[in-house]
Design a protein around this ligand. Sequence first.
Ligand SMILES: [Fe+2]
Length: 201
Amino acid sequence: MWNYEKRLQFPIHIKNPNPALAAMIISQYGGPDGESSASMRYLSQRYSMPYREVSGLLTDIATEELSHLEMVSVMVHQLTRNLSVDQIKGTPFEAYYVDHTTGIWPQAAGGIPFNACEFQSKGDAITDLVEDLAAEQKARSTYDNLIRLTDDADVLEPLRFLRQREIVHFQRFGEALSLVQQRLDFNNFYAFNPEFDKKCK
Ligand SMILES: [Fe+2]
């Protein structure tokens, strides 16, 4: 069960419309390393995670990723509201506009729609946590790229905040991986089960 708080995790007040930038930022809504795949990944993985602390961490981070999904939506919305068609024509937002007007829809900057194959839930604690570490770095790199593409302080501040949170998540997942490795349990970790290892050789 979730409780919804009607405020953003970080305030966003973008004054200048910028459809070209919106067409890039949408990638953190529905792109391969965006907040949709982050939240779905952790919400899905938590059931098979054998330790309550790690399962709880997945729930906490997934919940925060949902609030980041909301922030990205607000950024795209504020960058594209009240645009005239002339302001859209000839920009990278034009193709998106044909399909979605200025509605929010999950796709990558390159136009590829969101797809559940962009994340994994493998049911193996180490496999999943290693994916989560990589996912946080990929999200951080994407925010790096977006930060390089703008000088608008109204956009930079929330982007910097989101980037910092990916770094924190990476560190938390690192702690979770060491906790799991310290408590290796052959019933839960196929890769470290000597009987199964024999079968693999
Ligand atoms: Fe994250």
